[in-house]
Write a protein that binds this ligand. Structure first.
Ligand code: SF4
Length: 315
């Protein structure tokens, strides 16, 4: 096969965000403390098959439901957060809970609690079935309504349209969300926004960095798992710019046909994907021919979140 000279445009920021790093550290610390007793994790700690597989290999037991956790055992709540009903159930069962909910998801929960508490309907913009959405909707289920897209926004009916606030999932497309908010605002002029953007810094930064590479690439590869919301949004944003884009869990998913005639490959990774997986992709492309890697940086991230008290190192 003839060697093809390629340029790889590497988006920065990419890969792990502060909330994902914190969640992984929490499970690692819980495993280190457990002295042989299993550490259960409710749902995937973050939406990435590699992360889950590695932690499972080190002893973490991933479960879908608290029913699968023995009474009194240790359970870690995932970065996506849980509803108050799940917390209550854990307390009732005497489980030792270590909460890895990302502080930026917890922020949306506290907004939902506050706005529902003052009598507003909370319109949550997000995707049905996503764990974060289940958790946030569960904060005030009787006062919350989910809107997934502009079509649903256009037909939404509210009993009390004068008292309504919208919140969003943290990992949505910035542009798509703003289109949904526009429709809602036209229909409900009293609609109030959250005090600060709910789409988190990591999601926003990765989408902005992606735009910088997608405009000059013949193909964009996004490293991320199929259930990773922010990774899927990166693929959609690239495609919305007219650039072919593929979501890959790892290097093994790359179809050589995608690379035919592509001299410039854009490369990024969702917030739950390890930087090592990106390195693997570059190594793989380098085996197909000479590669020049150019990193385009649109933001520098320095955010770090403190660990919860149960696993905080003693200084
Ligand atoms: Fe937190 Fe955003 Fe990362 Fe989700 S993507 S874990 S909300 S920082």
């Amino acid at each position: 096969m003839e060697e093809v000279q390629r340029t790889v445009l590497l988006a920065s920021p990419r890969s792990f965000c502060a909330g994902v790093e914190r969640a992984i550290q929490i499970v690692e610390a819980a495993l280190a403390q457990s002295r042989g007793a299993p550490v259960h994790v409710r749902k995937q700690i973050v939406h990435n098959t590699h992360v889950v597989r590695e932690l499972a290999a080190r002893g973490a037991v991933f479960v879908d439901d608290l029913d699968e956790v023995p009474d009194g055992a240790t359970v870690v709540f995932s970065a996506h957060g849980v509803s108050p009903a799940v917390r209550d159930e854990a307390a009732r069962r005497g489980l030792y809970v270590i909460d890895a909910t990302c502080p930026l998801v917890a922020k949306v929960h506290s907004e939902a609690r506050r706005f529902a508490g003052r009598g507003d309907t909370v319109v949550l913009i997000g995707h049905a079935g996503h764990e974060e959405v289940e958790g946030t909707m569960g904060v005030a289920p009787e006062r919350s309504v989910l809107v997934q897209d502009v079509t649903e926004a256009a037909v939404l009916e509210l009993d009390d349209p004068e008292h309504v606030t919208y919140l969003t999932q943290t990992t949505l497309s910035v542009d798509e969300t703003s289109a949904i908010v526009d429709v809602l605002t036209q229909r409900f002029p009293h609609l109030k926004p959250p005090p600060s953007d709910d789409i988190c810094y990591a999601t926003t930064n990765r989408q902005e960095a992606l735009r910088e590479i997608a405009r000059d690439a013949g193909l964009v590869l996004v490293v991320g798992s199929a259930n990773s919301s922010n990774s899927r949004r990166l693929v959609e944003v690239a495609r919305s710019m007219g650039t072919p884009a593929q979501l890959i869990d790892g290097v093994e998913d790359i179809d050589p046909a995608w690379l035919d005639g592509v001299a410039t490959v854009g490369l990024t990774a969702g917030a739950s994907s390890s930087p090592a997986l990106v390195d693997d992709v570059i190594a793989h492309l380098s085996k197909l021919g000479p590669v020049t890697v150019i990193e385009r940086t649109t933001a520098v991230e320095s955010i770090r979140f403190a660990l919860p008290p149960q696993v905080r190192p003693h200084l």
